[in-house]
Design a protein around this ligand. Structure first.
Ligand code: TXA
Ligand code: MG
Length: 306
């Protein structure tokens, strides 16, 4: 059966693409530095970015990180689910240092997707997995998108259908003093986190994305993008919100539903790209709830390419 085959491939140091509730992950044995290095090679990543280690739950996470009580409250509320905790790494953690890019901290997440959970159970250890896309492309939300991007660079693709959320996890760092910082807006809205731990500190990384050098064009389609556009100009394909797809364009959500828009975001960008559109204009997305994360990804996609 494919889950046990996938676990065998991980044990042998291979790469397995697997579905999570957010986006597809490109998985490897977190404790095997050679397997971790293969991830960077397969993604074509310019640098060794730190990776998220996926675990079954809080008990396993505590083997790898010093978990402050505020972090525990977040993990208990949102795990399994689209929440990633960054906390001080334990000296005795079995996760390869390469996976943490030499940082003193480690990122941990317990995914809720049944196939991801089956894989974690069958493998029996932490699985590091970045999003299953080549560096500079948008995240894959279907097995086909992941296979299109990574193809022969991976040993197995587990197909669990379209990812139900379609947007990466929310990343929050909680330090030893209990200071919580939002590192990446994502599938859990800021307000739901602040309800539990109070206002989130501003991250140095969360500077306005217009600042030069801050822009990792991680989420970019090939086309040039213009945001907060009430209507397309000549030559632009239009990505609508709160209105049906116009001719030659697409819609994130005809009814203006932000959850539906998050689920459709990457497939819509890929779809417009595949039409050969050179310019994409995107309708205004309100900065509420999941709108914060959707706007963050769109701003990255729209930023000048390096
Ligand atoms: O939803 C998700 O989070 C997906 C699924 C597959 O779990 N994963 C994902 O991984 O989006 P990736 O590698 O595309 O993004 C992980 C982000 C990167 O921006 C990385 O810099 C950050 O997490 N990160 C990882 N470890 C960190 C650390 N110790 N400190 C700060 N940021 C960290
Ligand atoms: Mg990614």
């Amino acid at each position: 059966m494919s889950i046990s085959r996938a676990a065998d491939i991980l044990r042998a140091g291979g790469l397995v693409v697997f579905p999570t509730e957010t986006v597809y992950g490109l998985g490897a044995d977190a404790t095997n530095p050679l397997a971790v290095a293969r991830i960077y090679e397969a993604k074509g990543r310019p640098q060794f970015n730190p990776l998220i280690a996926h675990v079954p739950g809080l008990a396993e996470a505590e083997q790898h990180a010093h978990v402050h009580e505020k972090a525990r409250a977040l993990a208990e509320a949102f795990w399994p689910g689209p929440f990633t905790l960054v906390a001080r790494r334990r000296a005795e953690s079995s996760v390869a240092e390469l996976a943490c890019a030499g940082l003193a901290t480690i990122a941990l997440r317990a995914p809720s997707h049944p196939m991801a959970r089956e894989l974690l159970a069958a493998f029996g250890g932490p699985i590091v997995a970045p999003s299953a896309n080549r560096s500079g492309h948008v995240s894959a939300t279907t097995a086909q998108h992941a296979a299109d991007d990574l193809g022969a660079r991976v040993d197995l693709v587990l197909d669990g259908g379209a990812c139900p959320i379609g947007l990466e996890s929310t990343i929050v760092a909680v330090d030893d003093e209990g200071v919580a910082t939002l590192l990446r807006p994502g599938a859990i809205a800021r307000a739901d986190i602040e309800r539990l731990v109070g206002p989130l500190a501003a991250s140095a990384k969360a500077e306005p994305v217009t600042a030069p050098g801050m822009m990792e064009s991680h989420y970019a389609p090939r086309a040039s993008m213009r945001l907060d556009a009430d209507a397309p100009r000549a030559g632009e394909a239009y990505l609508a919100f709160g209105a049906p797809a116009p001719a030659g364009g697409a819609t994130l959500s005809a009814s203006g539903d932000l959850v539906e828009a998050a689920a459709n975001l990457y497939a819509a960008l890929r779809g417009l790209d595949s039409t050969g559109a050179e310019f994409i204009a995107v309708a205004p997305i309100p900065p509420l709830g999941l709108g914060e994360a959707i706007r963050d990804r769109l701003m990255r996609a729209a930023a000048p390419r390096k």
